[in-house]
Design a binder for this molecule. Structure first.
Ligand code: HEC
Length: 584
């Protein structure tokens, strides 16, 4: 949209959320640092955001999608659980209208996008750079508000975030007006942030032209406007504004990196979210175990030497900090589930997913005690978190909550999204697998799970590779993937060192030989079967050639025995030289 990135690299904004995961706006992945390693996790349906990502005090993310003319999306549930958006999550349906205070004829959509009477943009078209204000040096009624820019309209919207029985609704604070609107044609707000000093920061690209070359060619509507208004002459004037308030001082400059961890623990109760987030991040980065006991006391609201009276926000940050330090335990979680503050209870349920995923009965029973919770945020979280358990008990609790609250839109929406997720999986594999016998089907499905949890981290969920050339795409590469089965097995057993077809990648293909023959056979069968079928020419061959496509554990064993002495990764030069069998 705005910045000229090289082709193939998506414009992405990242946000380190309270849950210690770094979310990005475009690719269907999230990251986190653990033990000095950047882990990757895949998101079922992606987050579908564009430019801008922010979170509120409780870890709710807010995406936006300028291309879809959308001034906020993806804020009902965390994208790790799937997608849920409501069309009516924007006041009375007028939220999409923007209110510039100058004529804005340089709109790519042309005159249809302008109001007849005053030639102002009539709808968001470049919504971006949103933030939730979490500072402490502007009036309190701004805290928790949602701010989003439209650089084409030269405005910044301010919205209230209203929680209506669990469903989130955005509402313009002003009627037919904006929080900030400029008469300067070059005012191009593209980002907003809460600063460490508790004020609001606004990034203004301050640039005449804002649309990419593809839309401003000769004879386009936009080119005519640009030339007429001489917009091309204003470049290189980007600026940053700080929004203060008369009579309110700025907060002090942070020294978080130089202060003892004990001090950082106190910042978990700071009135400015910037300090709380960064204190949490730095405590986890230091991996300082000496504060664990204090954190535990704060998490359950006990008075202690570091915090006299931990606020709900301090309790929430203490819980996530413990989670980040791998020091969360059931006692703390169960106590936090009984907290008098709903957001603390919700946090406790969210974090307890770690145990729920292991089908831990005791945790599921404790979660059950919250089934009549007065907060729909807590109930929503219970449904989302319990969806990870395969136990009948968890399913029964979900069912009971849904039945008791059958009129609640949020819970109903969540139920639908979870169902969609399952259908996505079935859609992807269902029809393809119909013709297979149970053994082969199970092998491929298990391979698909392995692929998603391990291989997708480098090769992408869809096998197309990630945006930054970590590893080669596997899709579209079907000839090499299919032809040489022995080579595929060897790559999995001992790894592969590039370049691959003349291209070098950021990583090398790690050896996976420590896994069982069944495991390797499963993931290779998945790749070969999935790719074989997504390629039309081999589709015809597929059923007849099933035994050639699929990899059996016996075949893996054979190659494993043959190459037992091999310790280093292969190169394709070697693999091709050694290949005597061609399957196709
Ligand atoms: C840490 C990143 C990483 C992970 C995880 C990973 N790979 Fe790879 N893979 C690579 C890289 C990088 C290459 C290319 C070799 C090179 O450049 O060194 C590669 C190459 C391959 C190739 C050969 C592709 C070609 O065109 O020659 C196959 C097949 C493959 N990987 C399968 C897998 C499977 C299956 C998994 C999961 C079990 C997996 N990879 C996990 C990084 C990874």
């Amino acid at each position: 949209m705005i910045l000229g990135f090289p082709e193939g690299i998506n414009e992405q904004v990242r946000d380190l959320n309270l849950d210690n995961w770094i979310y990005v706006t475009v690719d269907p992945v999230r990251f986190r640092y653990r033990n000095d390693v950047l882990q990757v996790d895949t998101l079922i349906s992606g987050s579908n955001g564009q430019w801008g990502l922010t979170h509120d005090n409780f870890g709710r993310l807010f995406f936006s999608n300028a291309g879809a003319e959308n001034a906020g999306s993806g804020f009902q549930i965390n994208p790790v659980y799937g997608q849920l958006d409501f069309n009516d999550a924007y006041d009375d349906g007028t939220f999409g209208k923007v209110w510039p205070i100058i004529k804005t004829p340089d709109v790519q959509g042309g005159i249809d996008r302008l109001r007849n009477n005053d030639s102002t943009l009539n709808h968001f078209t470049a919504a971006c750079g949103q933030s939730i204000f979490r500072g402490d040096h502007l009036p309190k009624d701004l805290v928790g508000n949602y701010l989003i820019n439209d650089p084409v309209a030269r405005v910044i919207r301010r919205a209230k975030v209203i929680n209506k029985s669990g469903k989130i609704i955005l509402e313009n604070v002003y009627s037919k007006q904006e929080f900030i609107a400029s008469t300067d044609m070059n005012f191009r707000p593209v980002n907003t942030y809460t600063g460490p000093d508790g004020c609001l920061y606004i990034v203004d690209m301050h640039r005449g032209i804002i649309q990419e070359g593809a839309w401003t060619g000769p004879d386009t509507y936009l080119r005519t406007q640009i030339m007429r208004l001489k917009l091309d002459q204003n470049v290189q004037h980007g600026r940053i504004y700080r929004l203060g308030y008369d009579g309110m001082e700025r907060g002090p400059k942070p020294q978080i990196l130089n202060e003892p961890t004990k001090k950082l623990v106190q910042y978990l109760d700071h009135p400015n979210g910037w300090w709380r987030d960064n204190a949490q991040k730095e405590i986890i980065r230091r991996d300082d175990q000496s504060v664990i006991n204090s954190l535990k006391r704060i998490a359950i609201g006990e008075k202690g030497s570091m915090l006299k009276q931990p606020s709900p926000l301090a309790r929430i940050h203490a819980l996530w900090t413990l989670e980040g330090l791998n020091s969360i335990d059931k006692d703390i979680l169960f106590a936090a589930m009984q907290d008098k503050d709903a957001q603390v209870r919700r946090t406790a349920v969210w974090i307890s997913e770690y145990f729920i995923k292991k089908d831990d009965e005791q945790t599921i029973m404790k979660v059950q005690e919250l089934k009549d919770d007065e907060s729909y945020d807590v109930l929503s979280q219970i449904i989302l978190s319990l969806s990870y358990s395969k136990t009948d008990k968890a399913k029964a609790i979900m069912k009971e909550i849904l039945a008791k609250n059958s009129k609640n839109e949020m819970l109903e929406g969540i139920q639908k999204s979870l169902k969609n997720n399952q259908e996505e999986e079935v859609k992807k594999f269902g029809s393809m697998l119909a013709n297979l016998n149970v053994t082969n089907r199970t092998m491929i499905l298990e391979g698909a799970i392995t692929y998603k949890s391990i291989c997708a981290n480098c090769h992408g969920v869809d096998g197309k590779g990630l945006f930054n050339s970590v590893a080669p795409p596997l899709v579209g590469n079907y000839e090499r993937m299919l032809q040489n089965k022995d080579a595929m097995i060897k790559i999995l057993l001992n790894g592969l060192k590039g370049p691959v077809e003349g291209k070098s990648y950021l990583d090398i293909m790690p050896a996976m030989g420590a896994n069982s023959n069944e495991w390797i056979a499963g993931v290779l069968s998945f790749i070969r079967y999935d790719l074989a079928l997504s390629n039309s020419s081999s589709k015809e061959h597929a059923p007849g050639n099933l035994s050639k496509i699929l990899v059996s554990p016996e075949q893996v064993k054979k190659i494993r025995d043959q190459t037992a002495k091999r310790k280093s990764p292969w190169t394709w030069a070697e693999l091709e030289e050694n290949s005597h069998t061609k399957d196709f």
